[in-house]
Design a protein. Structure first.
Length: 241
Protein backbone atom coordinates (compact mmCIF):
# COMPACT_ATOMS: atom_id res chain seq x y z
CA UNK A 1 0.00 0.00 0.00
CA UNK A 2 1.37 3.22 -1.05
CA UNK A 3 0.77 6.30 0.90
CA UNK A 4 0.43 9.43 -1.17
CA UNK A 5 0.93 12.78 0.29
CA UNK A 6 -1.12 15.64 -0.93
CA UNK A 7 0.76 17.97 -3.25
CA UNK A 8 2.42 20.86 -1.45
CA UNK A 9 2.28 24.44 -2.50
CA UNK A 10 4.07 25.24 -5.71
CA UNK A 11 7.44 26.86 -5.22
CA UNK A 12 7.36 30.61 -5.56
CA UNK A 13 10.16 32.72 -7.02
CA UNK A 14 12.09 34.71 -4.44
CA UNK A 15 10.51 38.01 -3.64
CA UNK A 16 12.06 40.94 -5.47
CA UNK A 17 13.70 43.37 -3.07
CA UNK A 18 13.57 47.08 -3.45
CA UNK A 19 16.91 48.84 -4.10
CA UNK A 20 17.12 50.17 -0.61
CA UNK A 21 16.59 46.68 0.73
CA UNK A 22 19.48 45.17 -1.21
CA UNK A 23 22.67 44.65 0.76
CA UNK A 24 25.43 47.15 0.01
CA UNK A 25 28.70 45.78 -1.30
CA UNK A 26 31.57 46.10 1.12
CA UNK A 27 33.22 49.51 0.90
CA UNK A 28 36.60 49.57 -0.79
CA UNK A 29 39.42 50.77 1.46
CA UNK A 30 40.05 54.51 0.91
CA UNK A 31 43.46 56.01 0.51
CA UNK A 32 44.29 58.56 3.21
CA UNK A 33 43.10 62.01 2.14
CA UNK A 34 45.74 64.67 1.59
CA UNK A 35 45.39 67.83 3.57
CA UNK A 36 44.78 70.94 1.52
CA UNK A 37 47.92 72.94 0.84
CA UNK A 38 46.79 75.90 2.89
CA UNK A 39 45.96 73.57 5.80
CA UNK A 40 49.60 72.58 6.17
CA UNK A 41 51.22 74.86 8.77
CA UNK A 42 54.74 74.64 7.39
CA UNK A 43 53.73 75.38 3.81
CA UNK A 44 51.33 78.09 4.92
CA UNK A 45 54.18 79.79 6.73
CA UNK A 46 56.39 79.65 3.63
CA UNK A 47 53.64 81.01 1.37
CA UNK A 48 52.89 83.73 3.87
CA UNK A 49 56.53 84.70 3.94
CA UNK A 50 56.76 84.81 0.15
CA UNK A 51 53.56 86.83 -0.19
CA UNK A 52 54.68 89.14 2.57
CA UNK A 53 58.03 89.60 0.91
CA UNK A 54 56.32 90.45 -2.35
CA UNK A 55 53.75 92.82 -0.87
CA UNK A 56 56.17 94.54 1.47
CA UNK A 57 59.59 93.86 0.03
CA UNK A 58 59.04 94.70 -3.62
CA UNK A 59 57.76 98.24 -3.05
CA UNK A 60 60.59 98.74 -0.57
CA UNK A 61 63.06 97.46 -3.16
CA UNK A 62 61.66 99.76 -5.85
CA UNK A 63 61.72 102.73 -3.51
CA UNK A 64 65.21 101.88 -2.35
CA UNK A 65 66.62 101.51 -5.83
CA UNK A 66 64.71 104.20 -7.69
CA UNK A 67 63.64 106.81 -5.20
CA UNK A 68 66.13 106.59 -2.36
CA UNK A 69 69.57 108.12 -1.97
CA UNK A 70 72.36 106.67 -4.07
CA UNK A 71 75.83 106.06 -2.64
CA UNK A 72 77.49 105.83 -6.06
CA UNK A 73 80.52 108.14 -5.74
CA UNK A 74 80.70 111.51 -7.49
CA UNK A 75 83.84 113.17 -8.83
CA UNK A 76 83.89 116.68 -10.24
CA UNK A 77 86.46 117.47 -12.94
CA UNK A 78 89.63 119.45 -12.17
CA UNK A 79 88.55 122.21 -14.55
CA UNK A 80 85.14 123.74 -15.23
CA UNK A 81 84.34 126.56 -17.62
CA UNK A 82 88.03 127.34 -18.04
CA UNK A 83 88.53 127.58 -14.26
CA UNK A 84 90.84 125.32 -12.27
CA UNK A 85 90.38 124.19 -8.70
CA UNK A 86 91.19 126.84 -6.14
CA UNK A 87 93.97 124.62 -4.80
CA UNK A 88 95.61 124.50 -8.24
CA UNK A 89 95.40 128.28 -8.57
CA UNK A 90 96.87 128.79 -5.09
CA UNK A 91 99.66 126.29 -5.78
CA UNK A 92 100.68 128.22 -8.87
CA UNK A 93 100.56 131.61 -7.18
CA UNK A 94 102.24 130.51 -3.92
CA UNK A 95 105.05 128.77 -5.79
CA UNK A 96 105.83 126.45 -2.88
CA UNK A 97 105.55 129.00 -0.09
CA UNK A 98 104.26 127.82 3.28
CA UNK A 99 101.27 130.20 3.21
CA UNK A 100 100.02 128.50 0.07
CA UNK A 101 100.30 125.05 1.62
CA UNK A 102 98.25 126.01 4.67
CA UNK A 103 95.56 127.59 2.48
CA UNK A 104 95.36 124.43 0.38
CA UNK A 105 95.01 122.31 3.51
CA UNK A 106 92.15 124.52 4.73
CA UNK A 107 90.44 124.27 1.33
CA UNK A 108 90.79 120.49 1.30
CA UNK A 109 89.33 120.21 4.78
CA UNK A 110 86.44 122.56 3.97
CA UNK A 111 85.56 120.62 0.83
CA UNK A 112 85.50 117.31 2.71
CA UNK A 113 83.40 118.72 5.54
CA UNK A 114 80.94 120.37 3.18
CA UNK A 115 80.52 117.18 1.15
CA UNK A 116 79.79 115.24 4.35
CA UNK A 117 77.20 117.78 5.47
CA UNK A 118 75.49 117.78 2.09
CA UNK A 119 75.37 113.97 2.16
CA UNK A 120 73.86 114.01 5.63
CA UNK A 121 71.23 116.52 4.55
CA UNK A 122 70.21 114.14 1.75
CA UNK A 123 69.91 110.97 3.85
CA UNK A 124 73.38 109.67 3.02
CA UNK A 125 73.39 110.24 -0.73
CA UNK A 126 76.82 110.56 -2.33
CA UNK A 127 77.96 114.18 -2.50
CA UNK A 128 80.95 116.20 -3.63
CA UNK A 129 82.05 119.81 -3.12
CA UNK A 130 84.83 121.73 -4.90
CA UNK A 131 85.99 125.32 -5.25
CA UNK A 132 87.10 126.78 -8.58
CA UNK A 133 89.07 129.91 -9.44
CA UNK A 134 90.61 131.81 -12.27
CA UNK A 135 94.39 132.13 -12.39
CA UNK A 136 94.44 135.36 -10.36
CA UNK A 137 91.84 134.31 -7.75
CA UNK A 138 89.64 137.23 -8.85
CA UNK A 139 86.65 135.09 -9.87
CA UNK A 140 85.76 132.12 -7.71
CA UNK A 141 82.77 129.86 -7.32
CA UNK A 142 81.86 126.65 -5.54
CA UNK A 143 80.13 123.62 -7.03
CA UNK A 144 78.23 121.05 -5.00
CA UNK A 145 76.67 117.88 -6.40
CA UNK A 146 74.56 115.19 -4.76
CA UNK A 147 72.91 112.04 -6.07
CA UNK A 148 69.39 113.13 -5.20
CA UNK A 149 66.69 115.45 -6.46
CA UNK A 150 66.23 118.89 -4.90
CA UNK A 151 63.41 121.46 -4.84
CA UNK A 152 63.68 124.12 -7.52
CA UNK A 153 65.16 127.48 -6.62
CA UNK A 154 62.69 129.86 -5.04
CA UNK A 155 62.56 133.64 -5.16
CA UNK A 156 60.22 135.72 -3.04
CA UNK A 157 57.54 137.78 -4.71
CA UNK A 158 58.15 141.53 -4.84
CA UNK A 159 55.57 144.11 -5.84
CA UNK A 160 57.93 146.27 -7.88
CA UNK A 161 55.27 148.87 -8.68
CA UNK A 162 54.45 149.38 -5.01
CA UNK A 163 58.15 149.49 -4.16
CA UNK A 164 58.92 151.87 -7.01
CA UNK A 165 61.48 149.56 -8.58
CA UNK A 166 62.19 148.91 -12.24
CA UNK A 167 63.16 145.27 -11.57
CA UNK A 168 62.85 142.98 -8.53
CA UNK A 169 65.71 142.79 -6.10
CA UNK A 170 66.16 139.12 -7.00
CA UNK A 171 65.09 137.43 -10.23
CA UNK A 172 64.87 133.82 -11.29
CA UNK A 173 66.34 133.18 -14.72
CA UNK A 174 65.92 129.91 -16.63
CA UNK A 175 68.56 128.92 -19.15
CA UNK A 176 67.56 125.55 -20.57
CA UNK A 177 67.36 123.07 -17.70
CA UNK A 178 69.38 125.35 -15.38
CA UNK A 179 67.93 127.92 -12.99
CA UNK A 180 69.89 130.94 -11.79
CA UNK A 181 69.19 133.62 -9.22
CA UNK A 182 70.30 137.12 -10.13
CA UNK A 183 70.55 139.92 -7.58
CA UNK A 184 69.85 143.27 -9.19
CA UNK A 185 71.01 146.70 -8.20
CA UNK A 186 68.38 149.18 -7.05
CA UNK A 187 66.88 150.87 -10.10
CA UNK A 188 63.98 153.33 -9.62
CA UNK A 189 60.83 152.68 -11.60
CA UNK A 190 61.06 154.24 -15.05
CA UNK A 191 64.85 154.33 -15.07
CA UNK A 192 67.01 152.18 -17.42
CA UNK A 193 68.44 149.03 -15.86
CA UNK A 194 72.23 148.76 -15.83
CA UNK A 195 73.12 145.07 -16.35
CA UNK A 196 76.53 145.69 -14.76
CA UNK A 197 74.72 146.21 -11.46
CA UNK A 198 73.36 142.67 -11.52
CA UNK A 199 75.25 139.71 -10.05
CA UNK A 200 74.52 135.99 -10.41
CA UNK A 201 74.42 134.49 -6.92
CA UNK A 202 73.74 130.81 -7.59
CA UNK A 203 72.52 128.34 -10.21
CA UNK A 204 71.13 124.83 -10.11
CA UNK A 205 70.06 121.88 -12.21
CA UNK A 206 68.18 118.98 -10.64
CA UNK A 207 66.33 115.88 -11.72
CA UNK A 208 66.75 112.17 -12.32
CA UNK A 209 68.47 111.61 -8.99
CA UNK A 210 71.18 114.25 -9.46
CA UNK A 211 71.54 117.86 -8.33
CA UNK A 212 74.33 120.24 -9.33
CA UNK A 213 74.52 123.61 -7.58
CA UNK A 214 76.85 126.53 -8.18
CA UNK A 215 77.45 129.27 -5.61
CA UNK A 216 79.17 132.40 -6.88
CA UNK A 217 81.51 133.90 -4.28
CA UNK A 218 82.76 137.04 -6.04
CA UNK A 219 81.27 139.88 -8.07
CA UNK A 220 84.03 140.04 -10.66
CA UNK A 221 82.74 139.04 -14.10
CA UNK A 222 79.57 137.65 -12.52
CA UNK A 223 76.83 139.42 -14.48
CA UNK A 224 75.92 136.84 -17.13
CA UNK A 225 73.66 133.98 -15.92
CA UNK A 226 74.17 132.08 -19.19
CA UNK A 227 77.88 131.80 -18.41
CA UNK A 228 77.27 130.19 -15.04
CA UNK A 229 74.47 128.03 -16.44
CA UNK A 230 76.96 126.64 -18.96
CA UNK A 231 79.32 125.71 -16.11
CA UNK A 232 76.51 123.90 -14.28
CA UNK A 233 75.63 122.07 -17.46
CA UNK A 234 79.27 121.08 -17.98
CA UNK A 235 79.45 119.66 -14.47
CA UNK A 236 76.11 117.88 -14.97
CA UNK A 237 77.36 116.22 -18.14
CA UNK A 238 80.59 115.10 -16.48
CA UNK A 239 78.74 113.58 -13.52
CA UNK A 240 76.12 111.86 -15.69
CA UNK A 241 78.62 109.70 -17.58
Amino acid sequence: MTTEFPPGPEPQPPAQQEPWQQPMPPAAPQAPRRRPLFARPALTAVIGFVVGAFVVGVPWLVIGLLGGPSAQPLKLPDTLGGFTTTQAAVTKIADGREAGKSQIERSDKAEGENASRISAAYDGAAAVFRSYSDAGLESTFQVAAVRADSPELLVQYEDTAALGLAVPTTELKRIGAVQCLVRNGTTPLGQPVDPEQSVVTNCQRTGGGLTVQLQNTTTHNAQDPARFAAIVQEAWTALSR
